[in-house]
Design a protein around this ligand. Structure first.
Ligand code: FAD
Length: 349
């Protein structure tokens, strides 16, 4: 087959998961390439809002090899600091990141390998690591009236800065980390914020930061123990705690529908507002793998560790606990990346 670029392992995605895979691939001597659709390094971190702070101090937020330096003046670094760390990381380890290159489809090449079609040519690889994250697939729930609401609607992915909502009434929907953090961020700026959750918001105990999340997730896999979700849904970062203590972060139960002016609850209560921010999560960006037939009847991709159950050439990295304990965190992804690369090195001999 000519006209294709060839590599042994193709990594799709150059965020923290793709870079952690690259770090370990370098050590195997396998030939590899990382294709990243983004214009700049940093994965999702380059898109987070300006005031977002990590769950943990820098020392507990590192990829393999290179500790994240502390950010002067901050216990927990901000998103720009993480993006700069990732940019420096890929340079330091001379990772072969091709950017911007969007992978559109991956199919079986028919010769034991895989063919990835991109917006910049086709790659042939013997194996693949999908590390595309979920930022590019925001999820919006089917709430009646979304189309009739006359105000502004945005998803977490569109939120950058609380000051643009100054003086407005804003509804924040979602009982996870993004919802709590954005509601807390807005609390000092918007005229009024109403934070709406499907079930009562559950903050994790104060001492549970990113490191503790990783330890709990690892312990659960190794010897049982509580699931993180048994303990709570939201990391009590300093701004979230401060807003809660100031009484600015009370949660309300979910409304029934939206009308032109804002949310309407089942009992008829209304709360007219200018903006609804949907902090309703993400789905893994696995579209390029659709042609490989990896999904089961329920539409899930079964995995054993990071390996796709239906195809040992394909590994899924960084999507959450179903692809390795705390694998969607900076501190957690290194370990799963090493396991994925070790398996691929064995497969490829
Ligand atoms: P991403 O960072 O999303 O990178 C994926 C890359 O793949 C992107 O560059 C994307 O452009 C590219 N890509 C996607 N599709 C394709 C394609 N088809 N072809 C080529 N390239 C593609 N984690 C922590 O450890 N600590 C925290 O404090 C923390 N706080 C968080 C707060 C919020 C609000 C959120 C949303 C997440 C937080 N996380 C935190 C989690 C962490 O940010 C993400 O899990 C992480 O960014 C995922 O990394 P990733 O490499 O898997 O994906």
């Amino acid at each position: 087959m000519s006209g294709f670029r060839r590599t042994q392992v193709l990594v799709i995605g150059g965020g923290q998961a793709g870079l952690a895979a690259g770090y370990h691939l370098r050590r195997t001597g396998l030939d590899f390439a990382i294709l990243d659709a983004a214009q700049a390094p940093g994965g999702a971190w380059q898109h987070y809002w300006d005031t977002l702070r990590l769950f943990s101090p820098a020392a507990y937020s590192s990829l393999p090899g290179r500790p994240m330096p502390a950010q002067p003046g901050h216990d927990a670094p901000d998103a720009a600091h993480v993006a700069a760390y990732l940019a420096e990381y890929e340079k330091r380890y001379e990772l072969p990141v091709h950017r911007p290159v969007q992978v559109r489809t991956v199919v079986d090449a028919g010769d034991g390998g895989l063919l990835a079609t991109t917006d910049d040519g086709t790659w042939h690889a013997r194996a693949l690591i999908s590390a595309t994250g979920s930022w590019t697939r925001p999820f919006l729930p089917a709430v009646p009236g979304r189309e009739v609401f006359g105000g502004r609607q945005l998803h977490t992915t569109g939120y950058r800065d609380a000051t643009e909502f100054a003086g407005q009434r804003v509804v924040v929907v979602g009982g996870g980390n993004s919802g709590a953090q954005i509601a807390a961020d807005l609390a000092g700026h918007a005229a009024e914020v109403r934070w709406v959750t499907r079930r009562p918001a559950r903050l994790l105990p104060d001492e549970i930061d990113g490191r503790a999340l990783f330890e709990i997730a690892t312990r659960r896999v190794n010897d049982g123990g509580p699931r993180i979700s048994d303990l709570g849904d939201i990391v009590a970062t300093a701004p979230v705690r401060a807003a809660r203590v100031a009484g600015l972060l009370a949660d309300h139960h979910m409304f029934d529908h939206l009308d032109a002016d804002g949310p309407v609850w089942t009992a008829g209560e209304r709360w007219p507002c200018g903006t609804v921010i949907w902090c309703t999560g993400f789905r893994p960006a696995l579209g390029p793998l659709a042609g490989l037939g990896l999904r089961d009847a329920d539409g899930r991709i079964p995995t054993d560790g990071t390996r796709a159950g239906a195809d040992p050439r394909v590994h899924l990295l960084g999507y959450g606990d179903w692809t390795g304990p705390a694998s969607a965190t900076l501190i957690g992804v290194g370990r799963t990346a090493r396991a994925a690369v070790t398996e691929l090195a064995e497969l490829l001999g």
